[in-house]
Design a binder for this molecule. Structure first.
Ligand code: FMN
Length: 193
């Protein structure tokens, strides 16, 4: 039996890249606010390493603030073309090193300018206000904006991972990998559908 569940995630993800119509890397990410009320939204998971996962965002956004206050997060993949789901719970931390610089610099100029212009999740008066901010940033940075200090990666280290595969008559296959701490070994259990 393979002792790193991320190897299996990569296998499923590679399969999904061939079969999903778009965004096989889309995840539904859950965070909680300071009253414990959950929040979800879709983000693109841009990096899968052997021990963790990274997505990119604005650190001042709602999700950024919620993670700052409580770094317990959860996310799921659902690949409809494969009838497969993966659920992950883990611990988030900022990834604002070279990994973030490299990803930022790989993006289209419009997206790099957009990251500067968008005060993500803050109130916007109207579309013109955003367009003005974009024009301002284009003038300011020309064709070479640096990565904004408030924009970067969030790395998630998993504590539990559940693989779900659709079965006949709703008798799905569920396999739960769990560990109590990031340096502990994984235990594996099957679950009733
Ligand atoms: C397919 C899809 C992909 C998205 N990818 C990202 C992403 O990678 N990063 C991001 O910050 N927001 C992404 N968004 C927008 C988020 O869903 C969300 O609207 C935004 O991040 C603000 O969320 P917040 O207010 O909870 O911080 C994506 C939305 C969709 C539908």
């Amino acid at each position: 039996m393979d002792k790193n569940p991320i190897t299996k995630i990569v296998d499923w993800y590679n399969e999904a890249k061939k079969t999903e119509i778009n965004d096989p890397d889309a995840i539904t990410l859950a965070t909680v606010d300071d009253t414990g009320f959950p929040n979800i939204r879709t983000v693109l998971l841009r990096k899968i390493d052997s021990d963790s996962f990274v997505f990119f965002t604005n650190y001042n956004s709602q999700k950024g603030n919620e993670i700052e206050n409580n770094n317990n997060v959860a996310f799921s993949f659902h690949w409809k073309s494969l009838a497969k789901q993966i659920r992950i719970r883990g611990i988030a931390e900022k990834e604002n090193s070279k990994v973030a610089d490299d990803y930022y610099n790989s993006r289209a100029l419009g997206s790099r300018i957009g990251a500067w212009a968008s005060k993500q999740s803050s109130k916007l008066k109207n579309r013109e206000e955003l367009l003005e901010r974009i024009a301002f940033m284009e003038k300011k940075f020309k064709s070479n904006p640096p990565r904004p200090p408030f924009w970067g990666g969030i790395r998630i280290r998993p504590l539990s991972i559940e693989f779900w595969k659709e079965g006949k008559f709703r008798l799905h296959e569920r396999e739960l990998w769990k560990r109590l701490d990031l340096d502990q070994k994984w235990s594996i259990d099957n679950l009733y559908p």
